[in-house]
Design a binder for this molecule. Structure first.
Ligand code: NOJ
Ligand code: CA
Length: 547
């Protein structure tokens, strides 16, 4: 299905819904307690049944797994834990047969310290690959070249005794940053893009996209006068600085323009997409990554919903700010959960998670749905001896760590939730409530979170107003309600969300006859009087208004 929004044609990545898979945690096919590619292939029918359009896989490259795949030691292969290139090709082919696109995680900012490029680079100052990473001399007192900090604690510089210089790592010391100012690095990394696009992938999610170009003079970051205001989540000392110089240098835009040209060449056969991971919450600043001529990233990812205070005023303000910041023609997107953030059901509660799902799937722009959120999975308590996440190991107790949101998918009520055989230990503990909270049980329950997610996906798919229509917020609703209209040509849908657990009475402007299509409670449909719309606690409704 393809609708026209205004003049321009819209592409699958605009109309579609992206489903993020954390491969280690989705489905184990070979009984080692870790999810893998054949496991994902076995579940493709689930994605089509659910009604999503694309799957994005967190990294499956060969990796020492210090950061579970975000430390890549070979960009053009698959880690044996997950399968091999043949399995990947099968996945792409079968996904396409299922009418599903495949988005690959692309990790340009850093490699593993086991990557042959880094092994060569650190072998000697004269190695041709020395400049592929960011090396610098110590200050006269032997201390690191500047004050930059790693996201997961401590200096971002690691001393290399053998060659008497420091190398830069924005995250873990086992993940050295590549030097994208070196043209050979850029070419090699563009070759990686070609490799996967040639294999048929439909898009790239670009990891740490804002970090790849730093200040060439390596200037010190200034102190952060107000960490509570400017930091998006607790990261310890890292938040004591304003990160002016260690990422997002203006030269980055030229790199993304070049990358876009590469994508555009491939897109003549079938449209490909780039999604950039950007932790920028100043929306005009964030929007610059679309490019002045919409010639950079198709979509810088928008994490606003992950950290916004969950109340109607703040959520509306966020959406309106994002809409206002978009350059003409730029396509918005929303993320409600991912592998780095506490589960939405934990952040805002099970009841509001249903409202959140309706919000995510009715806003203008591409939604990204994190695996398991469709069944309301929540953070899983991880006993200390089971902690896996390197950020939690480096910064114990500062944040919740990221293991709780990476627990295995709950498929059914068999041992280990159908994720892996009963005789093996899954790599992370299974949520204790899996016997109730699982796909099989929720498929059979017409009021479940899964039934809601599926129904919303179906409505979105068959309703151009929701898939590609305009967005207009409605004023005058009670303070706890967020109300907006999506419109395409003459088709209008009113979305009324109660972000509280109080009942609400709404007097909405007359829009002609109105009919509830779906409530988050999945228990009512039919005509409604907009002059006195009653919303129960934690209820959202999609309402058809006369054409
Ligand atoms: C962002 C990824 O989403 C996160 O999981 C990872 O640890 C860092 N980038 C480093 O690659
Ligand atoms: Ca496995």
């Amino acid at each position: 299905m393809r609708y026209n929004a205004g003049q321009a044609q819209t592409y699958w990545w605009q109309q579609g819904v992206i489903y993020q898979i954390y491969p280690r945690s989705f489905k184990d096919s070979n009984g080692d307690g870790i999810g893998d590619l054949p496991g994902i292939i076995a579940k493709l029918d689930y994605h089509t049944w659910l009604g999503v359009d694309a799957i994005w896989l967190s990294p499956v490259y060969p990796s020492p797994m210090v950061d579970f795949g975000y430390d890549v030691s070979n960009y053009t292969d698959i880690d044996p834990i997950f399968g091999d290139l043949a399995a990947f090709d099968t996945l792409v082919a079968q996904a396409h047969q299922h009418d599903l696109k495949v988005i690959m995680d692309y990790v340009p900012n850093h490699t593993s310290d086991r990557h042959p490029w880094f092994i060569a680079s650190r072998s000697s100052r004269h190695n041709p690959k020395r400049d592929w990473y960011i090396w610098a001399d110590p200050r006269p007192d032997g201390s690191p070249p500047n004050n930059w900090l790693a996201s997961w604690g401590g200096s971002a510089w690691e001393w290399d005794a053998a060659t008497q210089q420091y190398y830069l790592h924005s995250y873990h010391k086992a993940m050295p940053d590549l030097n994208w100012r070196n043209q050979d690095v850029k070419e090699a990394m563009f070759d990686v893009v070609r490799f996967w696009l040639d294999r048929g992938v439909d898009g790239l999610r670009i990891d740490s996209a804002q970090r790849i170009i730093k200040d060439p003079q390596l200037r010190d970051n200034p102190p952060n006068p107000d960490p509570n205001v400017t930091a998006y989540k607790p990261l310890g000392d890292y938040n004591s600085q304003l990160h002016l110089y260690d990422k997002g240098h203006p030269d980055i835009h030229a790199v993304y323009r070049e990358l876009r040209q590469l994508l555009d060449i491939y897109s003549t056969s079938s449209p490909r997409v780039t999604l950039g991971e950007m932790h920028i919450y100043d929306w005009p600043q964030w929007a610059r990554y679309y490019g002045a001529q919409l010639d950079e990233l198709h979509m810088p990812l928008n994490f606003g919903l992950v950290s916004v205070p969950w109340n109607a005023g703040a959520v509306r303000h966020l959406v309106d700010s994002v809409e206002a910041a978009l350059p003409p023609g730029a396509w918005p997107n929303y993320v409600l959960g991912n592998h780095d953030e506490p589960r939405v059901a934990t952040r805002i509660g099970q009841e509001q998670a249903r409202v959140g799902m309706m919000l995510l799937l009715t806003l203008r722009g591409t939604p990204t749905l994190y695996y398991g959120d469709e069944i309301g999975m929540h953070n899983v308590d991880i006993p200390p001896q089971s902690i896996q996440d390197p950020s939690e190991k480096n910064l114990p107790g500062i944040g919740p760590g990221r293991d709780p949101e990476r627990a295995p998918m709950q498929w059914d009520d068999s041992p280990h939730a159908g994720f892996c055989p009963s005789a093996v230990e899954p790599w992370l503990p299974i949520a204790p409530d899996y016997t109730q909270v699982n796909v099989a049980a929720q498929r059979a329950d017409r009021h479940s979170m899964l039934s809601l997610a599926r129904a919303l996906l179906q409505i979105r798919r068959t309703t151009p107003a929701l898939a590609v229509g305009s967005y207009t917020p409605i004023d005058g609703a009670p303070a706890d309600c967020f109300v907006y209209v999506r419109r395409f040509e003459n088709q209008r849908r009113l979305i009324a969300l109660n972000l509280s657990d109080d009942e609400q009475q709404l007097q909405l402007p007359a829009m002609g006859s109105a009919r509830i299509l779906i409530s988050t409670h999945l228990d009512r449909e039919g005509p409604v009087d907009l002059a006195s719309l009653h919303l129960r606690s934690d209820e959202g409704c999609i309402i058809e208004v006369a054409e």
